[in-house]
Design a protein around this ligand. Sequence first.
Ligand SMILES: NC(=O)c1ccc[n+]([C@@H]2O[C@H](COP(=O)([O-])OP(=O)(O)OC[C@H]3O[C@@H](n4cnc5c(N)ncnc54)[C@H](O)[C@@H]3O)[C@@H](O)[C@H]2O)c1
Length: 446
Amino acid sequence: MTRASELADRSIIPKSPKIGIIGLGYVGLPLAVAFARHHTVIGYDIDETRIDELARGYDRTKEVSKTALQGGKLKLTSNADDLAEVDVFILAIPTPIDSAREPDLSILSRACQTVGEAIFAMPLERCPTVVIESTVYPGVTEDICGPEIERASRRKAGEGFFLGYSPERINPGDKEHSLSRVIKVVAGQCQQVADELARLYERGAGVEVFIARDIRTAEAAKAIENAQRDLNIAFINEIAMIFERGGLSVYDVLEAAQTKWNFLPFQPGLVGGHCIGVDPYYLTCYAKSVGHRPETILAGRRINDNMGTFIAQEINEALTDGNPTAGKPTRILVLGLTFKEDVPDIRNTKVIDVVRGLEAFGHSVDVHDPLADPEYARATYGVDLISLDDTGGRYDCVIGAVPHNAFRKMSPQQIFDLLTPGGLLADIKGIWRTWELPDGLRSWTL
Ligand SMILES: NC(=O)c1ccc[n+]([C@@H]2O[C@H](COP(=O)([O-])OP(=O)(O)OC[C@H]3O[C@@H](n4cnc5c(N)ncnc54)[C@H](O)[C@@H]3O)[C@@H](O)[C@H]2O)c1
């Protein structure tokens, strides 16, 4: 008889469980704060600076306010000994890709080891549940995380601890689709775990829940969500390239096409960050492991990955009036460095491809972003962010790269004043396309 069926007539998760959130980043912190309204939560992160900042009420990801951080029953720690009494571990750990664009599960594996060691130190009658929230491909929770925890805890999954999976679907910077407003997919190693986890998320975190058939199905559902988005954007980016060559603005074309009821409203642009530009590679890795050579998914990735270079080429051509050899080095100002609007996150931003591409044409490029962390920008990309009060004169070209609210709020005159006579206003996201330009200024838009 398995432990699961032995336990069928009593709860696996106690009525008032102590919850351990492992990894307090974009995903883990909002979840920790949501659960801490009703439960005791141990928020654990190996980054001591992050723990110190959060303890002072400062969330550098700008997802959680000081009041929310200090309001609930959340204990912040970077000491793994504090995990000794946790009943439900929830892992929100990065799952990046390596330089060969293969899934890098080493960070998740190390976190599983920490959880396994905490379980090892628990009395045998305690039987915690371990939920993975990270984005992975089908099989990672049961075939990679489970065995890692088994090794460290010296217990068996389904007997000494239980596994669950609940993919995170939050959208950073999006206050409308916050944690409590998005249906949460939940799956468990057995039906009882799934049901009890569903109740925990519903009551504890206040979210609506969908119970998936099993853990692999839930992992697969997450893997396709972002891949689908990536592909849809790739299609729009490809038509943007086509129409750019044909002298049409993709935004004008989309405006007309979107009047049809079933036309999908995707926008062109730079696909960066650590989700949409990364998760499809988890799906393609899985595809190859089951003997299928993915084509469409990788084609979409190629298009989106090359978009920054394409945009740099087009802007360079517009700057040099279509004659690349006639150009002289110009001063360019790029507005926005983060991977998307209204977030401070610059990880895997594709704006850097535009900057590098234009520098390769010999232009001098300044970057301004009021949300990005200047130190992180310097350390990661060697970019010294500038302030708009300290531009050192006007620019031959201003590029709207990220449609932060702060840029949308700037008046036409504030933007025009940044340009030299004859300067080029380059609008990647179509935010200024309806503006009428004063005589002498030129515009380029995707
Ligand atoms: N950011 C998003 O919008 C988003 C949305 C949906 C899904 N996801 C997925 O959620 C997962 C987490 O992403 P994120 O954006 O929150 O990452 P993040 O980088 O913002 O946060 C991860 C945190 O984990 C910590 N960490 C790393 N190793 C650890 C360890 N061994 N023990 C404890 N803490 C550790 C890091 O210090 C960091 O604070 C990823 O799989 C990601 O793909 C992210």
